[in-house]
Ligand binder design. Structure first.
Ligand code: ZN
Length: 170
């Protein structure tokens, strides 16, 4: 049984988003009802446009969840979602009876696999989802390593353990 059913049109939207922001990483949410995704929400990557080196100059609240990382790990952070846009998206989902199902981001130069940093961030967020009354999302990676053939893969990240999520495209 698949974990998620995603229309090809939504996958195409994600690929378009990833290509627009290449060589920076794009990020966002997918939401829907039951196991079926119906909507994509683009979220601003607050390091995507300025460059990861600037991350240290962003306000404390936005990067607080990164404080447990070493300086080397922080330096390789390539996406931080804009908190205000995240909460705006979740609010919009609730208004429309949709559930958050997926957190997506792109890897312009790397395979569609969560990086060590991605896993740490997912770990930090694990308890936040339930605090926000949300279920654990699937992490979807869009790789543009082969520019002409984007690779999309979904994963569950639970307590630091990564396992593939079954995604059916319709
Ligand atoms: Zn990543």
């Amino acid at each position: 049984m698949s974990d998620l059913i995603v229309p090809q049109q939504i996958l195409d939207e994600l690929i378009a988003h990833a290509r627009e922001l290449d060589p920076h990483e794009c990020c966002g949410f997918l939401a829907g009802t039951g196991r079926t995704v119906t909507r994509a929400y683009r979220i601003k990557n607050i390091v995507g446009l300025e460059g990861a080196a600037q991350a240290a100059s962003f306000d404390e609240a936005k990067i607080r969840h990164l404080s447990r990382l070493s300086p080397e790990e922080r330096a390789e952070i390539a996406f931080i979602m804009d908190a205000q846009e995240m909460f705006q998206a979740v609010k919009d989902m609730r208004k429309n009876g949709l559930t958050l199902q997926v957190v997506y981001h792109s890897h312009p130069h790397d395979p569609a696999r969560p990086s060590v940093t991605d896993i740490k961030i997912a770990n930090d967020w694990e308890e936040n989802w339930s605090r926000l009354n949300l279920t654990l999302p699937v992490y979807l990676l869009i790789s543009l390593m082969d520019k002409s053939r984007p690779d999309l893969r979904g994963y569950w990240i639970k307590q630091g353990t990564v396992s593939p999520a079954q995604i059916t495209t319709v």
